[in-house]
Design a protein around this ligand. Sequence first.
Ligand SMILES: Nc1nc2c(ncn2[C@@H]2O[C@H](COP(=O)(O)OP(=O)(O)OP(=O)(O)O)[C@@H](O)[C@H]2O)c(=O)[nH]1
Ligand SMILES: [Mg+2]
Length: 369
Amino acid sequence: MTELEHFCTGCGIKIQTENPEEIGYAPSSALEKEIVICQRCFRLKHYNEVQDVSLTDDDFLKILNGISKTDSLIVMVVDIFDFNGSWLPGLHRFAGKNNVLLVGNKVDLLPKSVKHNKLINWMKAQAKELGLRPDDVFLVSAAKGWLIKETAAAIEEYRNGKDVYVVGCTNVGKSTFINRIIKEVTGEGDMITTSHFPGTTLDIIEIPLDDGKALMDTPGIINHHQMAHFVDKRDLKVITPKKEIKPKIFQLNEGQTLFFGGLARFDYVSGGDKRSFVCYLSNELNIHRTKTENADELYEKHLGELLTPPRGTDLDSFPELVKQEFMIKEAKTDIVFSGLGWITVNDPGIKVSAYVPKGVQTLIRKSLI
Ligand SMILES: Nc1nc2c(ncn2[C@@H]2O[C@H](COP(=O)(O)OP(=O)(O)OP(=O)(O)O)[C@@H](O)[C@H]2O)c(=O)[nH]1
Ligand SMILES: [Mg+2]
């Protein structure tokens, strides 16, 4: 006799009742319930504690690779606050010949003054540069429920009677987005487990649609150059903004330095005195200003104290900061610290250095705001 298979409603993993230490565990009594969730999802939901999983990047890639063979609509979600860091490289490999919609999530984090139309055009231009031509682009806040109805209606139209796969990097808010759509349709909230820990969804979760097709949540791909992988789980809260970002403006002279906690450093090298630099970072992250000539010593002495995060326990494993120089040639350029935020420079002809932990990315782009 074969046993009926159960899958966790929260994360998609196949349920097993044998080994509490392995993923997918649920006590056998849980199988009698209408909605089955695994122990890991239970703990995430009720205690906000995460149990590490044994799945590797390859496991997640395998799941996504299967999508290229389907006839479906692909919805790629990016985190608008970490656009470059949360971009899913090689999407065309997963998408195959299928149509693609691009959804920029977490728009609630950007200052209210930002015009949505401009941002959508910016996203289109960035996508093109990154080699993707989506059929359409949307901006939403899954957390706040902004523009969900409109985007869901567009998905319904574009899917043309096909299945829909929601894909993207880990932590961009795919599951939160799908929960919102479910809520719009059925009124039921928080069906799928979401959390601020990367790697929450473990396997494809099928949400049945009226015509026998399905909306699928998928596990996020891990971008190893994201800052999130270099900080302690507790510090994730410090670097991840939860509310609208309040831009901080610094008037800097040549030879001045800003530290973002101890996670990143910005040197204003040359380009004239009294220049404005606008920092878009989590409101909770400390910015410390100093003279560039004192910066190395300050960092050595005060990393983990004045300059924190990182904090005491993970100082030993914290990678050294590596420097990249940028010559700003165009007005309104962003210097991006992947996963942490960015600095907007208004004037051209400025030389700066950006420092991030080895493995994290820095880049410049046309200003988002
Ligand atoms: N500020 C803000 N935060 C959001 C939004 N949507 C999701 N989040 C937060 O982003 C984090 C990740 O959300 P999830 O929905 O679990 O992300 P995911 O893409 O499903 O992640 P994986 O399952 O790991 O791939 C959570 O802390 C959410 O609360 C949003 O619109 N605005
Ligand atoms: Mg998820």
